[in-house]
Design a protein around this ligand. Structure first.
Ligand code: IPE
Ligand code: IPE
Ligand code: MG
Length: 234
């Protein structure tokens, strides 16, 4: 069985999971975060080196204040609590996204602390995309590059490898990208890193996506023929 080095996950369908059960959307988010805790450990224990998750997009700030508050609170509590557990398992935690307004200050403080505390861990990386938009990531990287070219610290030409170092986090390309809830789109997720990713779109809502579902995703991944533009040799 081939284990993908970088798995990326768009956690989607928490709201619909709850609505179909006559529950509040908040309850769906709670279930989603609980599930994430178990699932992330399982995925990293399988030998996946980098696990990226889309936890909150910049566009998600356009939801009602009530829903945004619920999500921010879950993220704050979740990051504090589960970061500790993952840190004990030698996992490094990093964040991608705009680390500023409108993210609450206390979340930014926790993000900085968790990154600092886990920076020397070596078994794997959990990359949490928070206040994230993939086009913005490319624009932000470009601005940093131009600044360094202008002040003479960086010389032209810029290569893809150099560009990759200027993204929010320097990560290997995504091998397997999963989005739950039967939505077949990226919604701005890791556009640069997903260039040659294998896409997998299960119908399951995120709170119902369990360990066995990840095993099925792995089986599917193993059936894919990744040619990278070349011709398959027998
Ligand atoms: C994913 O679930 C969680 C976030 C986007 C933060 P949704 O809240 O998007 O759930 P649906 O898509 O409305 O069902
Ligand atoms: C994408 O899901 C963002 C996250 C999962 C955090 P959305 O539910 O926000 O995306 P759209 O609106 O369906 O494209
Ligand atoms: Mg959604």
């Amino acid at each position: 069985m081939k284990i993908p080095k970088h798995v990326a996950f768009i956690l989607d369908g928490n709201g619909r999971w709850a609505q179909e059960r006559g529950l509040s959307r908040s309850k769906g988010h709670e279930e989603g975060y609980k599930n994430l805790r178990t699932l992330s450990k399982y995925i990293l224990n399988k030998g996946v080196k980098v696990f990226s998750i889309y936890a909150f997009s910049t566009e998600n700030f356009g939801r009602s204040k009530e829903e945004v508050d619920v999500l921010m609170n879950l993220i704050l509590v979740g990051v504090k609590k589960y970061a500790k557990e993952l840190a004990e398992e030698n996992i490094k935690i990093v964040f991608s996204g705009i680390r500023g307004y409108p993210l609450p200050k206390e979340i930014i403080t926790v993000m900085d602390e968790v990154e600092e505390k886990t920076s020397n861990n070596t078994r794997g990386i959990l990359n949490i995309c928070l206040n994230y938009d993939g086009q913005q990531e490319i624009v932000d990287a470009s601005n940093k590059l131009v600044e360094e070219v202008n002040n003479g610290t960086l010389k032209l030409p810029i290569t893809k490898d150099i560009f990759n170092k200027y993204l929010y986090q320097e990560l290997p390309p995504i091998d397997l990208l999963i989005r739950t809830s039967a939505e077949n789109r990226l919604s701005g997720f890791m556009l640069w890193q997903a260039s040659y990713a294998e896409f997998y779109f299960p119908k399951t809502y995120f709170p119902d996506f369990k360990e066995k579902d990840f095993d099925i995703a792995l089986e599917e991944y193993n059936k894919r023929d990744r040619r990278f533009g070349k011709i398959k040799e027998d």
